[in-house]
Design a protein around this ligand. Structure first.
Ligand SMILES: NC(=O)c1ccc[n+]([C@@H]2O[C@H](COP(=O)([O-])OP(=O)(O)OC[C@H]3O[C@@H](n4cnc5c(N)ncnc54)[C@H](OP(=O)(O)O)[C@@H]3O)[C@@H](O)[C@H]2O)c1
Length: 184
């Protein structure tokens, strides 16, 4: 949301609103005062609404994106980004953490024609951003959703990766260290 410089009153479209990143992105955008539309599966519609999304589009129900948005935040990539990019306003911003931007000629053409500022984002350890996130949590504006916890062991890490690779988790997967179990 920092990169996109989301402002109060902006309209934000979030792809993957029910996922680990999407659930936090919805809450931050809402805390800033944006109007949020998010995509999720139909079974996660109520869950995504409960995170604060004003509108939810169920991608598996042939529901289509309607209207234009100031900001697109993409946590899915591929075809969903290609469908969404034409719904960004002229001069708007598109940020992808999932390899969505500029993926082919057709997508680049739309990005360029609409003068969309596109950003491919990779998470970097950053104390200042962690503090901002902590401030949102402390102010009860962001509540992290724990999908599943696994023990911090080799088996636990393997199971967590397999869970993550399904691309169907709700909220975050966390490895928890048992104080009595030595780290392997
Ligand atoms: N660049 C970075 O620094 C960075 C950091 C973290 C993550 N990532 C990447 O960002 C992506 C999301 O991460 P995550 O942790 O949020 O993943 P996640 O928890 O597995 O969530 C993925 C979400 O995508 C949704 N989804 C799947 N197919 C979709 C479609 N066709 N249209 C719309 N939504 C769809 C799923 O929704 P349903 O369950 O409702 O079907 C699920 O909620 C992953 O590719 C991950 O590798 C990048």
């Amino acid at each position: 949301m920092n990169i996109a410089r989301v402002q109060k009153g902006d309209s934000v479209l979030i792809l993957g609103g029910s996922g680990g990143v999407g659930t936090v992105a919805i809450q931050i955008a809402k805390a800033i005062g944006a109007t949020v539309t998010a995509t999720s599966s139909d079974k996660n519609r109520a869950f995504t609404t409960a995170r604060g999304a004003d509108h939810v589009i169920a991608y598996d129900q042939d529901e289509v994106i309607d209207g234009e948005f100031d900001v697109l935040f993409d946590a899915v990539g591929g075809e969903p980004y290609k469908k969404a990019i034409s719904h960004v306003k002229n001069g708007g911003v598109a940020v992808s953490i999932a390899g969505g931007v500029s993926q082919d000629e057709e997508t680049i053409k739309i990005e360029q024609q609409k003068l969309i500022q596109v950003y491919e984002m990779f998470m970097q350890p950053d104390q200042e951003k962690m503090k901002q996130l902590n401030d949102f949590v402390t102010a009860h504006q962001v509540s992290p959703v724990l999908s599943h916890t696994y023990p911090m062991t080799v088996e636990g890490a393997r199971d967590a990766h397999q869970d993550s690779a399904t691309n169907r988790t709700k909220g975050k997967i966390v490895l928890v260290r048992d104080e009595n179990t030595p780290v392997q």
